[in-house]
Write a protein that binds this ligand. Structure first.
Ligand SMILES: [Zn+2]
Ligand SMILES: [Zn+2]
Length: 109
């Protein structure tokens, strides 16, 4: 489970759609207080920052829409509370770029 800190427009199709799917799972874990993944580093860093996670979702959806994908799964903005900025990274930005390059996919990194 991973939410990238890379701008959505740089992500290839697989990484963009994959992150979107995982973001919904993560959102559900946090708002429903699910036990599984509760201590996953990605879960930990977004807790108390659902506003920021909401905004990341909006950015992903904007990019998906630009690429012609239809989006039918809006997040409930009532839960979009807490900090609006995510400044705690699981891997540094540099490391994320390295990881994406290593995949050899179409991400523009
Ligand atoms: Zn969505
Ligand atoms: Zn990619």
């Amino acid at each position: 489970m991973r939410i990238w800190d890379v701008p959505p427009e740089r992500l290839c199709r697989n990484h963009l759609l994959g992150e979107h799917r995982e973001l919904h799972a993560l959102w559900s874990i946090i708002i429903n207080n699910k036990k599984g993944y509760a201590h996953h580093p990605e879960t930990m860093r977004w807790r108390g920052k659902l506003k920021a996670l909401y905004l990341r979702h909006e950015a992903l959806v904007e990019e998906m829409t630009k690429r012609g994908y239809k989006h039918h799964t809006p997040l409930d903005p009532a839960f979009a509370t807490g900090e609006a900025v995510q400044d705690e990274l699981v891997d540094s930005y540099k490391e994320q770029i390295r990881l994406l390059k290593e995949r050899g996919c179409d991400c523009r990194v």
